[in-house]
Design a protein around this ligand. Structure first.
Ligand SMILES: Cc1ncc(COP(=O)(O)O)c(C=O)c1O
Length: 396
């Protein structure tokens, strides 16, 4: 075996000199200009750019209201507060997600109840959700894993049958379509993250979208100190503001909004780039034994945030060896996610244990997120596929 066919992990030369991350932002000159212009405006927070960004997202998604917030995590918190979740309530969610998804429950004092996943979508299995419903169930928080829509129809049916609030964690899914709707148009609330690795970015940032006027009002109030800035009866005392509960300062800045608006102008470009990379990966990896490419979309045109493969025994080495070998090649692959019921917090607070959600665990054991972001070029894609192919050859 010559040195160019030896993976770096076993003594060969790394396929790249610099690390290629699994995700990254794409910032153009127009993005930078938009930020500079925002800094020159009269308002740099809670100003007109924030309203414009919210309106643009609402129009894009096809809903009445969009409420921007400091992160996806705080957007989830706002949605949980607006839903009225509280101590004694149970909120059903997936264990195969980022911790913030479950914090819709924990932040509001409710209990996160995990239900197992459907391995074909890697998101909540509706049958498993049905099994977890009790008299205390107040809501469901499904997550569209990698951008692929969860079983929206079935989950909404369950919500209707049991009068539950649904908050869709669409952090991975901004820009995608399900049937003839954009992701975000589903009731009751849908939230997004604009973290740098996501489909568009505002640095940090998040948003909740909804068609429900009352929920939108509550989201806005909680975002900003639970303050009524123009209470009825005080029209001649314009300084008079009243706070009626415990709100937060999750206000979005005009600097973030300006970047968000500029990024929205590029969403088609970003989606085309992501789709092109996915097609190239699918073509290459379908030829490699032991690699399962991500599940195909069902009735949808997702904008995928992750390209998460599953590495099986047939590949020749296990997932841990695979990841360490990719890191040695300077390919920053990642795993999404360590299941939530493995974490000490959820075990100690809520009594979860490994072994409770076998489907999520089986999928987790094989998952690897390969690099996927809009700045990647043909050379980057080629390096990723070559690294996987040479690792497979080395082990076979
Ligand atoms: C599925 C999911 N939910 C919630 C979050 C939290 O978003 P943010 O990082 O913007 O707080 C993330 C981001 O990592 C996520 O991937």
């Amino acid at each position: 075996m010559n040195s160019s066919s030896t993976p770096a992990h076993y003594g060969g030369k790394p396929i790249r000199d610099e690390v290629l991350g699994y995700g990254s932002q794409s910032i153009s000159e127009a993005d930078k200009k938009a930020i500079t212009e925002a800094l020159e405006g009269d308002y740099i927070t809670r100003g007109p750019a924030v309203e414009e960004f919210e309106q643009r997202v609402a129009d894009f998604v096809g809903v009445d209201h969009a409420v921007a917030s400091t992160s996806g995590t705080t957007a989830l918190h706002l949605a949980g507060e607006a839903a009225g979740f509280e101590s004694g309530d149970e909120v059903i969610t997936t264990p195969l997600t980022f911790v913030s998804t479950a914090h819709v429950a924990t932040y509001t004092g409710a209990t996160p109840v995990f239900a197992d996943i459907d391995p074909h979508r890697r998101s909540l299995d509706p049958d498993a959700v049905r099994e977890q419903i009790t008299d205390d169930t107040a809501g469901i928080v499904p997550m569209h894993y990698d951008g692929l829509p969860a079983d929206i129809e079935e989950l909404l049916t369950i919500a209707d049958e049991h009068d539950l609030t649904v908050i869709w964690d669409a952090c991975h899914a901004f820009g995608g379509e399900w049937r003839d709707e954009l992701i975000g148009a589903q009731r009751d609330m849908v939230m997004f993250s604009f973290h740098p690795v996501k489909n568009i970015t505002t640095g940090e940032g998040g948003m909740v979208v909804t068609d429900d006027d009352e929920l939108a009002k509550r989201l806005r109030r909680f975002r900003s100190f639970d303050m009524d800035y123009a209470p009825a009866g005080y029209e001649d005392e314009p300084w008079y503001q009243v706070t009626e509960g415990v709100g937060y300062n999750y206000n979005f800045t005009d600097i973030q909004a300006a970047l968000g608006l500029a990024q929205l102008d590029r969403i088609e470009e970003f989606k085309a780039q992501r789709d092109m990379i996915i097609e190239s990966y699918n073509a290459a990896f379908e030829e490699v034994p032991g690699i399962r490419t991500p599940p195909d979309p069902v009735e949808s045109d997702p904008m995928r945030h992750l390209y998460a493969i599953e590495v099986n025994e047939e590949f020749g080495c296990d997932r841990k060896e695979f990841i360490n070998a990719m890191h040695a090649e300077n390919l920053g692959v990642q795993v999404h996610y360590v299941p939530l019921h493995y974490h000490p917090y959820f075990q100690e607070e809520f009594g979860y244990e490994e072994g409770m959600f076998p489907v999520a665990e089986e999928v987790y054991d094989k998952l690897v997120s390969m690099p996927l972001h809009a700045e990647m070029n043909q050379d980057d894609i080629g390096k990723v596929t070559q690294a996987v192919e040479r690792l497979h050859r080395y082990h076979n």
